[in-house]
Write a new protein. Structure first.
Length: 210
């Protein structure tokens, strides 16, 4: 705390008085208010006494001065809501993505070409009546079967009409025909596959398949 105090300086010349005045002005500009009192003394003629009493700057607070009221506390700043945190990605998403394997095309099952054991040409006819075949089956004119004189039963024979290029594969289940120049007697259905039944008989090319 700053108290009041006074000092008195005595100047005996006008130059001293002017210097004192300049000091007072400088103190006033710097924020200090000085009270200057010129007095005359009876003891020394022509001498002037300059008394100035510095006072505390307005910014200083006296002990008796009531404390400044506390400034209004700043309004509480709004707390920013926490930004949503992203959960760590799953390990599977962190891994480098690889292209899905393309399914390999399924290989088509290829049937091995039947081996031709014997081939030739001969006359062929058809028949549609009968009760039992030579191997004991019931004759069915709608099945692709044929009769041959010597081939084993269940032998597969490819029969082709050379005039049209149509062919059919038959299974041997009977014996015949018993007419010269003919080696095959086809079921009605088998004959109709390669030629018209109105023809009755024709020369065919045959291949015994193994």
């Amino acid at each position: 705390m700053a108290g009041r105090h006074s000092r008195t300086r005595i100047f005996s010349s006008p130059a001293g008085i002017a210097a004192t005045a300049a000091v007072g002005v400088a103190l006033a500009v710097g924020g200090t208010v000085g009270a200057v009192q010129l007095t005359s003394g009876s003891e020394q003629a022509g001498q002037a006494a300059l008394e100035f009493t510095p006072t505390t700057a307005p910014s200083s607070l006296d002990a008796t001065t009531p404390a400044a009221s506390p400034s209004a506390s700043a309004s509480p700043t709004a707390t920013a809501s926490p930004s949503p945190s992203r959960s760590a990605q799953a390990a599977s998403r962190a891994k480098a993505r690889t292209a899905s394997p393309k399914p390999s095309p399924t290989a088509k099952k290829t049937t091995a070409a039947a081996k031709v054991l014997q081939s030739g040409s001969c006359g062929a006819s058809f028949y549609s009546d009968g009760q039992l075949t030579a191997n004991g089956e019931s004759f069915n004119p709608n099945e692709l079967t044929a009769a041959h004189k010597t081939l084993p039963f269940n032998t597969k024979v490819r029969v082709t009409n050379p005039n049209s290029g149509k062919s059919v594969v038959v299974r041997i289940n009977d014996r015949g025909p018993f007419i010269d120049g003919r080696c095959l007697d086809l079921s009605r259905a088998a004959f109709a596959t390669i030629a018209s039944v109105d023809v009755g008989a024709l020369t065919v090319r045959y291949e015994v398949l193994g």
